[in-house]
Design a protein around this ligand. Sequence first.
Ligand SMILES: Nc1ccn([C@H]2C[C@H](O)[C@@H](COP(=O)(O)OP(=O)(O)OP(=O)(O)O)O2)c(=O)n1
Length: 152
Amino acid sequence: MFRVLKGRKQENGDSMSEFHFSSSPTMEDIRRLQSQFTAERDWNQFHQPRNLLLALVGEVGELAELFQWKGEVAEGLPGWTPSQRESLSQELSDVLIYLLELAEKCHVDLPQAVLTKMQLNAKKYPVGRVQGSAKKYTEYSSEDGACSTPQQ
Ligand SMILES: Nc1ccn([C@H]2C[C@H](O)[C@@H](COP(=O)(O)OP(=O)(O)OP(=O)(O)O)O2)c(=O)n1
């Protein structure tokens, strides 16, 4: 499930993975497959937005449990067993499945919404002003130049 990755070094010596996803399935493919799964079981009666949100939060909890008490975990999860990695794949997938179905049932076009949100993020956090700092945009003073109230 997890690919062996070629690593490259950043200028500061930290390794940066060249990991990338497969080009399919798309978000729309997953939405359609889950929609089919739900309809075939007559489960739309249970899959209202609030229930999907609760299911999503439950799966996020299961995901968090895999990291619980481990301390800091490095990129690529060195030392994790194949079974732990498989559990992680499954929990991440459960989160994504419920997230996409929740977006569908709320009529949010998630692939477009995420692009719009990332453009907003880039405006809130201009590279030249925030590079190397993890401060939230509200913590920058107007003298720093970062937007304290970014425009939608
Ligand atoms: N009413 C349901 C039940 C399940 N699923 C789908 C979406 C999730 O991907 C997965 C969730 O299944 P489980 O509730 O059995 O949870 P887990 O797979 O996490 O099993 P466990 O809780 O034993 O780890 O199945 C769904 O769409 N609707």
